[in-house]
Design a protein around this ligand. Sequence first.
Ligand SMILES: [Fe+2]
Length: 449
Amino acid sequence: MSATPIRATRPATRGMPVPPEVTVHDLPVTGELPAALSGRYVRIGPNPVDPNQHPFVGDGMVHGIALRDGRAVWYRNRWIRTDRVCRQLAEHPLPGPRHGLSDNANANVIQHAGRTLALGEAGVLPVELDDELGSVATIDFDGTLPNGFASHPECDPITGELFTVAYYHELPYVQYLIVDVAGRIRRCEPVAVQGTPMMHSLSLTDRHALLYDLPVVFDTDLATVGSRYPYAWDRDRPARIGVLPREAAGTAIRWFDVDPCYVFHPLNAYEIGDRIIADVIRHDRVFDRDRLRPSESRPTLHRWTIDLATGTTADEQLDDLAQECPRVDDRRKTMPYRYGYTVAMGPGNPFGGSVLLKHDLLRKTVALHDFGPGREAGEAVFVPRTPTSAEDEGWLLTYVHDAGTDRTDLVVLNADDFTGPPQAVVHLPVSVPHGFHAAWLPTDMLRAW
Ligand SMILES: [Fe+2]
């Protein structure tokens, strides 16, 4: 553990002190914020980003903006209260259970069963957040979760249940989990795997879960020398996709070989007859020669087609742009869909870039929204204008950092006027550091705030 005081550390790439926790009310807005946008846009990530540490292990900070009645009501940034952060801030540790070596929930934020949860990697337990992004407690889903959880659950938009796969290096299997709409684990299936692969996410169709058993594994040599995230590329390990019926035992999984690669994030997946279509961001190689970089190649959008009748797979690269942070209209998860939104990666930048991409997967076209030189967008989240709006009829929300001013904006684009001017821009008086994943947390799923 580093003994560096949290408030004195600096992000690697921006040269500015990491801001203390701040609260700013009534932020200035350019354009017109839609009154229907009522909720919180949040992004979480490791803060500070230390170039000498594995990019996954910085202490988590969540940055959020509350929108209501056409106003930007507040901005808040808050450390996730890990035990380490509580010690640094001279606070009591969070109540709740502990699991494993890390409690660093720095990777993702979701809203489920009335709770806002910060999620981490490699068996970290979720941290429940309050409406103002303060840490409340670590949770194990009311005692129903064995071992640890995961950072990338998929939510079935029809049932509202969460599906995920959790890995932890001391387990000889991975855990396939289903969380019911009451926020309790209703299914936990061990799935046997060789060694201890890093499974960052899974894909979900209306019938199957797809598990990605790829060549990044727990490395005991790295663990021995004290790495806080001891996972590395294994050149001898094959790559395969596991297809598991959603309600089956873990032993029912069917494995399909693919060329060695790594997938952090799926875009979406669905089924047509006996074929499963899985769209993912595919990295040729990660954590091999350089174990501090999340990619050693240009991540690109691929379509895997798995034919359950013939037992074959096909791999199609959909375009040659380097990109990550894939998102869809979450109402289209698990089913045929047309549009995907990603971030074109800037040179040498694994966290963002100046260009958002909108994929029309029906017409096989890509549109670009370029924020201009020196500006860096992160993961863009789609919000429909109304619950019944068609796919793509809504807004895309993303933080955009300006290197010239070292300030960050929240930019609201009209997804269906993707290359047009923003619908609105909320101006922050601070810089939001690089981050991982973003979420829109609508008010109507929460208590009043
Ligand atoms: Fe991720």
